[in-house]
Each structure stands twice: as C-alpha cells, then as structure tokens.
Design a protein around this ligand. Structure first.
Ligand code: PGA
Length: 244
C-alpha cells in the first residue's frame, strides 16, 4: 500500500510554544509520513526538535536559485537546514501573490534541483465548480506542471477546492474521490511511467472528525491540513485515521 502523507500547514500561525507542543504530540508511523510546515522562520528549530521522527517542510520557496531577491528563501537553503519538502501553488499564494502556473513551475523545479519533495496544490473556485468546470480547471493546473512531474521522483499533488479551504465546508468524500481519479488519469496520460508513484492528497477543512471517512477511500493518499493542524489533539487524531 502507498504510504500515506499527512501534512500540517500552519500558514501564518503558530509560535515557539506551538513547536514544543507539536514535538511532544507527533510521530511518523510505519504507514504514514507526517510533515509539519511551520512559518519558515521556525523551520530550523523544528528540524532540530524533530530529530527525524517526523519531517519538516516550508509553505513556499523562491522561484530563483539565488541572488538579489529580498525576503525570499531558496530551496537549497531549505535543504541545508534539513527541510524535506515545500508547498507550491497554494491557492492563498496564487491569489495573494499573483502566482501563476509559470511561477509555480519554476518553484517546483528549484525544489527538485535541491532534492526536496514538491507538493503541488491545485483546486477550483466555487464559481468554477458551479459552472461545471472544476475538473477542467484542475486538469489544466496539473498539466501546467508537466516538466516538474517528469523531473521528479518524489512528488505529491494536493487537491484543495478553494471553497473548502478554511470554511469548515469540506468537499464530500465522493467529490474528492472523483477529482482524485481525474488527476490520476491526467498523470497516467502525461507521465505514464511514474503516475502511480505520485501521492494525491485532499485538503480543505480536514479535521479529526472527517479524516477517517476520507481515508476510507484508496484514492485519497494523504491530507493537507490547515486550521485543524494548529490543534495538536486534532492533528494527532488525523494521523491515527491515516494509520487505518
Ligand atoms: P484548512 O486549510 O484545513 O484550514 O481548510 C487547508 C489548506 O489551506 O491547506
């Protein structure tokens, strides 16, 4: 069975004291990879605390290798301090920072160059879903990362419908599964050799109560958790649900 992937995305939340709580509460399991994405300024501290018992990632990375890019963090710097993964294309960055598919592809390439696992976030707006365009939208976003998908051996895609993020209104398990199957078909089409190795995660109002039903479906190989990841008890419950 594919090892499941449970990711905590703290967004711009958390504190040094939350690092200590997390460290006491989380452990990777034989069948579950656990990754915590604190704000980047806390990443090194969390790596030191984790000592390999779970992984640490960051929520964003520069699309450039190095140089005059004030305020940015490069993929190689993240790798140097022991970070193992990063998100690219989160909808909050697509919206707040105008990141388009080309920028996301460049970030993804930087991660691969540095040996980090990219987690590519995709998802449709409510208007696109209501117009029956959800699958087409997500397929375009996946297709736009073709070069990255070709180059990577370790990569994940997180399907996060924008209307489900931070709203408490998760997609139904069936809605998530339909989209995961659609993403898998795109992968089989564009990267047939590695399509089955890509883990497809669901994100959007995942919590301790709905995680179990999400993990009841083999199409859902992991979850990307925002709000509920700030509550260590809930996040620990999600890890238990992933264990099966
Ligand atoms: P949420 O966020 O769990 O708070 O909906 C998910 C995400 O944005 O990754």
């Amino acid at each position: 069975m594919t090892k499941r992937l449970v990711i905590a995305n703290w967004k711009m939340n958390g504190s040094l004291s939350l690092l200590a709580d997390v460290d006491a509460a989380y452990r990777a399991e034989a069948t579950v990879d656990v990754v915590v994405l604190p704000p980047a300024i806390y990443a090194k501290e969390l790596v030191d605390r984790a000592r390999g018992r779970y992984q640490v990632g960051i929520q964003n990375v520069s699309q450039h290798y190095a140089g005059a890019h004030t305020g940015e963090i490069s993929a190689s710097m993240a790798a140097e301090v022991g970070v193992s993964t990063a998100l690219v294309g989160h909808s909050e960055r697509r919206i707040d920072n105008d990141e388009d598919d080309a920028v996301i592809a460049a970030k993804c390439q930087q991660l691969i160059l540095a040996g980090l696992m990219p987690v590519i976030c995709v998802g449709e707006t409510l208007a696109e879903r209501e117009a029956g365009q959800a699958e087409a939208r997500v397929q375009l976003q996946v297709n736009a990362q073709l070069e990255c998908l070709r180059a990577a051996t370790d990569i994940a895609i997180a399907y996060e419908p924008i209307w489900a993020i931070g709203t408490g209104k998760s997609a139904s398990v069936d809605e998530a599964v339909v989209m995961h199957q659609s993403i898998r078909r795109v992968l089989q089409d564009i990267v047939p050799e590695t399509a089955e190795e890509v883990r497809i995660l669901y994100g959007g109002s995942v919590n301790g109560s709905n995680a179990q039903s999400l993990f009841s479906r083999r199409e859902i190989q992991g979850v990307l958790v925002g709000g509920a990841s700030l509550d260590t008890e809930q996040f620990a419950a999600i890890i238990r649900a992933a264990r099966g």
